[in-house]
Design a protein around this ligand. Structure first.
Ligand code: ADE
Length: 203
């Protein structure tokens, strides 16, 4: 991501919502209506912030990171990597006022069925997964195409030197120099691994 930013293949702007906070304390959260533990991020600072950003940029997607969103996967990463401008909103506390979701958010993403203390780590995960798909970000541009999940299969195992490590040898086919056999071995191993570890992907 550092190299991508330096080459301006990916430009990341981090906005501190506190700058849009209310009053002398720059308040951004308040108690929730109906009672219950946990604070909620208020409409006004978020709306002012998002509206301000929208007046300067045309966003392809306004994404809210939230445990009740669509589970992030490679398909969503691929789709988002083709977009130009994304706005990622990181929630905190109990979440954000529903009206902000109704007014501004176009896509809700969860990075998994667990709750983080804020959306920042989720945003970093999404940014990393999208960023590495932008042409020129990876050294070897083709390597993202052979990642796990790109064709609903887990990636095949990989080996490097030495050939024999403590008696564990590299599969012979990989030393054969026969591209067709190697390709077939990789596909078969991917399929077998996926059947064993992630049969749900084959559905
Ligand atoms: N914020 C808190 N937990 C989250 C999760 N699992 N995914 C996305 N954003 C979150």
């Amino acid at each position: 991501m550092k190299r991508a930013s330096e080459r301006e293949l990916l430009i990341i702007n981090i906005i501190n919502l506190r700058h849009y906070g209310l009053g002398t304390h720059k308040q951004v959260d308040d108690y929730q209506y109906g009672g219950g533990a946990g604070m909620v991020m208020m409409c006004e600072p978020l709306d002012n912030c998002i509206s301000d950003l929208k007046s300067h940029h045309e966003y392809d997607e306004i994404i809210f990171l939230t445990p009740d969103g669509n589970t992030f996967d490679q398909k969503i990463a691929n789709r988002l990597s083709c977009r130009n401008k994304l706005l990622l909103i990181c929630g905190h506390y109990k979440g954000i006022d529903q009206r902000i979701r109704d007014m501004h958010v176009t896509l809700e993403i969860s990075v998994g069925d667990y709750v983080l203390s804020g959306g920042e780590l989720a945003a970093a995960i999404v940014t990393d997964a999208i960023g590495r798909l932008i042409p020129g970000v990876l050294n070897d541009e083709t390597s993202a195409l052979t990642d796990s999940f790109q064709d609903n299969l887990l990636a095949p195992p990989v080996y490097t030197r030495p050939y024999d490590y403590k008696g564990l040898k590299v599969p012979e086919v990989l030393l054969s120099g026969n591209d067709k056999f190697i390709e077939e071995w990789r596909f078969d191993t991917s399929l077998k691994n996926t059947e064993i570890k992630r049969p749900d992907l084959l559905d």
